[in-house]
Design a protein around this ligand. Structure first.
Ligand code: FAD
Length: 447
């Protein structure tokens, strides 16, 4: 798209999930892309410890992968999850399908597998160069440069570019530098719950129904399990830190599991449960909001660097991939005018990213508690009934977030509108029934 001598130069910090996808988008536009990643090349590593071993990929993420030509490839190794399978404390199962109308589903994908695949995808573009073991240390917004250090040789050097993108995750160095500039808004919230990952080892075939996201909702905490290709499961328990701390002996841990998640004990294995609890500390969960996402005419943050969120809507990565689609769309619209694009990007994206951060927080309550409540189940049924009758008008919240590209902020407005409509319908029915009862009694009394 661009002649060789006016090719724009882009520097991307981080070749995580979002940085790699962004590199493909920018390369596809014809830009010269350099990616600097502090870790080693994970394609060569035998095993990399990730934060969660698998992730739910949904519509927004798929759309971005489709644009860079690797959606089918990724989906081939993914496991479709059609709904939630709720495990009661007695081991009874209850299915809640995500989309009974159109049978849309989300997909469980291995984190390391996906990251390797995405880094590999950048090699389809000769105009991308990835430098592993390179750490961003400083950003100079006046000069329009970043300073990096080669961790193997300890050599320090500067890089200039037309566009410098921080895709360096929740603890982003580039965002840290932005925080020191005037008018930059920033807030972070660590929730009082942490998470610990366990696993159900590969078996001869899945021992639980694989095409579901399994949830053990227990009111104030929960456990979930996502399927892997090799018939193993990644099990994650989310719970208040205080509760983790109380489980300090093998006996306490086992009793807790036998009382709370009895049907999981044999699947995970008593020894593995005790080992995981006593040898690991639960990890923190942070939600980060900031604004704007750009500084000047060439610095931008995307992905977790801009909007880390708690994982309960399964949207962190999906939103990050959508960041890349949006950036690409705006560059197209603004004819590669980078300064104009990143300004517009912030304007459009901040409100939507803040909306999904809030929704992710809300969804924890839904997953661990509301799913068990009659009112919630009743509301879901109404939503799906109306969705089936008016598929273009009545899109339930979960569907709009996971199976559409409706702006996140719009998903929230849409839900508020639906709440008002349902409230009015319920009130009207109430008034009609009340009036009938009054008329009936009046005619009875005056007879
Ligand atoms: P990261 O994946 O953190 O990548 C950042 C990269 O930058 C890393 O490679 C890092 O090494 C590199 N880097 C950092 N600092 C520097 C530096 N100074 N110099 C050079 N390189 C640097 N999302 C979903 O969509 N679905 C899910 O089901 C889901 N489940 C989750 C479950 C859990 C428990 C957690 C914690 C998160 C989950 N997420 C999920 C969120 C998802 O993991 C993140 O949104 C996603 O990883 C963000 O990608 P990223 O590339 O922005 O950041």
């Amino acid at each position: 798209k661009m002649s060789d001598n006016n090719r724009k130069k882009v520097v991307i910090i981080g070749s995580g999930l979002v940085g790699s996808v962004c590199a493909c988008f920018m390369a596809k536009r014809g830009y010269d892309v350099e990616v600097f990643e502090r870790r080693d090349d994970i394609r060569a590593a035998v095993e990399v410890k990730g934060r969660s071993i698998n992730l739910a990929l949904s519509h927004r993420g798929r759309k971005a992968l489709n644009s860079i030509g690797i959606e089918d490839d990724v989906l081939e190794s993914a496991i479709p999850m059609k709904g939630r399978l709720l495990h009661s404390a007695k081991g009874e199962l209850k299915r809640v399908v995500y989309d009974p109308t159109f049978n849309q589903c989300i997909f469980s994908v291995g984190r390391n597998y996906l990251n390797k695949k995405l880094i590999q995808a950048t090699t389809n573009f000769p105009n991308v160069k990835i430098y592993f073991n390179h750490l961003l240390t400083r950003s100079n917004f006046e000069e329009g440069s970043v300073t990096l250090i080669n961790l193997k040789t300890c050599e320090e050097f500067k890089r200039n570019a037309d566009l410098i993108i921080g895709a360096d995750g929740a603890y982003s160095k580039l965002r840290l530098a932005m925080q020191q500039t005037p008018q930059f808004q920033y807030s972070q919230q660590y929730i009082e719950h942490g998470y610990l990952e366990l696993s159900i080892r590969p078996q001869m075939g899945h021992k639980m129904e694989p095409n579901n996201l399994h949830i053990w909702p227990r009111g104030k905490f929960m456990m979930i399990a996502l399927p892997n290709q090799d018939s193993s499961w990644t099990v994650t328990i989310f719970m208040p830190f205080e509760k983790f701390e109380n489980l300090s002996t093998p006996k306490k841990v086992l009793k807790f599991f036998q009382d709370t998640f009895p049907d999981s004990v044999d699947l995970i294995g008593e020894n593995d449960i005790v080992d995981t609890f006593l040898k690991n500390r639960p990890s923190e969960l942070v939600s980060i909001k900031c604004s704007p996402y750009h500084i000047g005419g060439k610095f931008l943050i995307i992905g977790d660097a801009a909007h880390a969120m708690v994982p309960f809507y399964g949207q962190g990565m999906n939103a990050g991939f959508e960041d890349c689609s949006l950036l690409d769309d705006l560059l197209e619209k603004n004819r590669n005018d980078i300064a104009k694009t990143i300004q517009e990007y912030s304007k459009v994206r901040v409100k939507n990213a803040h909306a999904i951060c809030d929704l992710a927080m809300y969804n924890y309550v839904e997953m661990r508690d509301l799913v068990n409540r009659i009112g919630f189940q009743w509301r879901k049924s109404i939503d799906h009934l109306l969705f089936r009758s008016f598929p273009n008008k009545w899109i339930p919240l979960y569907n709009s977030v996971s199976f559409s590209t409706m702006e996140y902020n719009q998903c929230v407005c849409n839900r508020k509108w639906q709440d008002r409509v349902i409230y009015k319908i319920v009130m009207t029915i109430g008034i009609i029934i009340g009036t009938i009862v009054i008329i009936f009694f009046k005619s009875f009394i005056y007879k």
